[in-house]
Design a binder for this molecule. Structure first.
Ligand SMILES: NC(=O)c1ccc[n+]([C@@H]2O[C@H](COP(=O)([O-])OP(=O)(O)OC[C@H]3O[C@@H](n4cnc5c(N)ncnc54)[C@H](O)[C@@H]3O)[C@@H](O)[C@H]2O)c1
Ligand SMILES: O=C(O)C(=O)C[C@@H](O)[C@H](O)[C@H](O)COP(=O)(O)O
Ligand SMILES: [Zn+2]
Length: 334
């Protein structure tokens, strides 16, 4: 897990020293600015630091915001030897990564993820991007020079955002027995965000996969477990249903397919999702969800590709006949 450190925010200076950046810019949003920016700036006061603040929201993960940040960097006199730090959730880390990977074809990049979803997923693995006629349609693969994970930053996270990230942790629990064992011993979302072991092990699962397949040519698709249905639900809701809440239902569908095809015990997943109060029923008509799934990036010549659990710690990637998908979607319909 090179470059990924579990330290306090005030250790940021030590991460900058070896990089010796010419200038530093910190990209964050209005919400995180008011909570964590001061502590970050205090820890790197010996550098020329320029905060860049954008409004809060998924809708600002777009070309206009990227342009705004590029303009700011030009005005600052930013160079390739300068460091852009993304301080915030996945929206910020995605924008920071995209801007850093494209400005002068690449500047130094540091990420300080401050949501559970960003700590275990968005800030890990080098996917960057903005929304353009659809989610994450424009982006790059660009690994940061460092990721600083301070789980204390989760202490100010609204519960809905904790749950949003917990769905990805349940995904890792299906992919990895160690995460599963840790998660079964945790009784509440509040306890989960205090468990550095849980977050560290979740990060390790993603790092192991990404180190094998950074550009998602094969193995990395397993990280899309639950997303075939998840992305369809997000789309049908006009992105009003949060990513993790949609993926939660997707994990139920994938587990039930695993039960029918490989004897997987879907009850194990149900128990985890219900324990944390995550959704387990389909909020839309199965036929509509099926149509939306065909637009998924993993779809193969119109066929629907699923990541299917065989047992905890083992999944397969395969096409699933529409008739079986429809049957399971009906079973999960609320
Ligand atoms: N690049 C990847 O591999 C990857 C993976 C998963 C998701 N993503 C992207 O990440 C985004 C979702 O990320 P997210 O769920 O973190 O959403 P987000 O960045 O919108 O953050 C959620 C909310 O929490 C607030 N917030 C952030 N940190 C806080 C803190 N410490 N205390 C209080 N409030 C805080 C934010 O201001 C925001 O209002 C999506 O755009 C998704 O596409 C990217
Ligand atoms: O990093 C990956 O690869 C993943 O699939 C992680 C997912 O949890 C995450 O939602 C990712 O952003 C989805 O990638 P996308 O390519 O489908 O946008
Ligand atoms: Zn996801």
């Amino acid at each position: 897990m090179e470059g990924i450190v579990f330290e306090k925010l005030n250790s940021l200076g030590a991460l900058l020293e070896p990089l010796n950046p010419f200038k530093v810019a910190v990209l964050t949003n209005t919400t995180v600015r008011d909570i964590w920016l001061e502590e970050v700036l205090d820890s790197i006061s010996e550098y020329e630091v320029h905060p860049i603040i954008i409004p809060d929201g998924e809708k600002y993960k777009d070309l206009e915001t990227a342009r705004y940040v590029w303009e700011k960097l030009i005005k600052i006199g930013f160079t390739r030897k300068s460091l852009l730090i993304g301080l915030g959730g996945g929206v910020i880390t995605d924008i920071a990564g995209f801007v850093a990977s494209t400005y002068m074809r690449g500047t130094l990049l540091g990420l300080i993820p401050t949501t559970l979803l960003a700590q275990v997923d968005a800030a890990i693995g080098g996917k960057t991007g903005i929304n353009f006629h659809g989610k994450n349609m424009i982006g790059t693969f660009y690994l940061p020079n460092f990721v600083l994970i301070d789980i204390m930053t989760l202490s100010t996270l609204p519960m809905v955002e904790v749950l949003n990230g917990l769905a990805e942790v349940v995904k890792y629990a299906i992919l990895d027995r160690e995460v599963y064992e840790i998660l079964t011993r945790i009784s509440s979302p509040q306890e989960a965000i205090k468990s550095e072991e849980l977050i560290r092990k979740s990060v390790e699962v993603k790092v192991r996969v990404v180190e094998e397949d950074l550009r998602e040519s094969g193995k990395r698709r397993i990280l899309n477990l639950g997303h075939t249905v998840g992305h369809a639900i997000e789309k049908l809701s006009g992105y009003k249903i949060k990513h993790g809440f949609a993926v939660s239902v997707g994990l139920v569908v994938a587990s039930k397919l695993g039960e029918r095809l490989y004897g997987f015990d879907s009850g194990k997943v149900y128990e985890l999702l219900k324990k944390f109060g995550l959704p387990i029923n389909l909020p839309f008509e199965p036929s509509k969800v099926l149509e939306a799934m065909k637009l998924d990036k993993k779809a193969w010549y119109g066929k629907i590709v699923f990541i299917i659990p065989v047992k905890i710690g083992e999944v397969v990637i395969e096409e699933v006949p529409e008739s079986l998908v429809l049957e399971v979607l009906r079973e999960v319909r609320e």
